[in-house]
Ligand binder design. Structure first.
Ligand code: GTP
Ligand code: MG
Length: 230
């Protein structure tokens, strides 16, 4: 019988500017998580990270910001019917064993995105098996940071002498309705305006709709699976 303890451990690190939705993404996947977050108005963003979004500062005042690192221990399961299920690690026993084709123990690292906590991102990327870059699709400055995160990935690849797959989430696509969502094409144009020596996949996401992660997670599962049998 498959038990959670015997699963291969994989690490996914989420990089992105402050306010892009990294922590909300984990909450969308897992519901309540244990967080190292404080109210945004108490620990106010001082860098210009939030300056280039048409959202008002008020839109963020009720939200929180991460001040170190959120970690969620999960299992990602591929069922016999090619469906990918993402659950908290402790919920593994509730999955129907018969339906499991393959599974990984995946530890998500969600470091603080504020620039003053850059060292947390450096710590979080160490040993990552896959990196999710999550940007605020309403914020050009956030999108322009993708290349910075890609260079962090390249450094880690050199350190470990192995490839790390990258997925970019251009988040807050629900704000298309308001006409302020810049979209995947803008992100791709900015990223590919400089020479990129890797394959990157982009998805438009919204944390208001968990279903938007179904396809990206089949891609993520495939990447992890290829590494496991490389
Ligand atoms: N409209 C919309 N708002 C979102 C979405 N995802 C996150 N937000 C909002 O964006 C704000 C910031 O979200 P967080 O998840 O705290 O951002 P973060 O990337 O963890 O930020 P740091 O912890 O500071 O690095 C919150 O007010 C969220 O409610 C989304 O998909 N759509
Ligand atoms: Mg956060």
């Amino acid at each position: 019988m498959m038990s959670a303890k015997s699963l291969t451990v994989k690490k996914i690190t989420i990089l992105g500017t402050t306010g892009s939705g990294k922590t909300t993404f984990l909450e969308t996947l897992f519901g309540d998580i244990e967080k190292n977050d404080v109210a945004r108005q108490v620990f106010k963003e001082v860098s210009n990270n939030l300056d280039f979004t048409p959202l008002k500062y008020n839109d963020f005042t009720n939200s929180t910001t991460t001040i170190s690192l959120n970690v969620v221990n999960s299992v990602i399961v591929l069922t016999r019917f090619n469906k990918v299920i993402v659950k908290k690690y402790k919920d593994f026993e509730s999955i129907d064993y018969e339906s499991i084709d393959e599974a990984f123990n995946v530890v998500f690292n969600d470091p603080a995105g504020q620039e003053r906590f850059d060292f947390m991102q450096d710590i979080a990327i160490k040993g990552a098996d896959l990196v999710v870059i999550m940007v605020d699709g309403t914020n050009i400055a956030s999108i322009e940071k993708i290349s910075h995160f890609l260079s962090m990935v390249s450094q880690e690849e050199q350190r470990k002498n192995r490839k790390i797959p990258v997925i970019v989430f251009v988040n807050k696509s629900d704000l298309k309705e308001k006409g302020i969502f810049l979209g995947q094409e803008v992100a791709e144009r900015i990223v590919f305006s400089s020479v990129i020596d890797r394959e990157i996949v982009f998805y438009e996401t919204s944390n208001l709709d968990a279903r938007c992660y179904e396809i990206p997670f089949t891609i993520i599962f495939n990447y992890l699976s290829m590494q496991a049998y490389a």
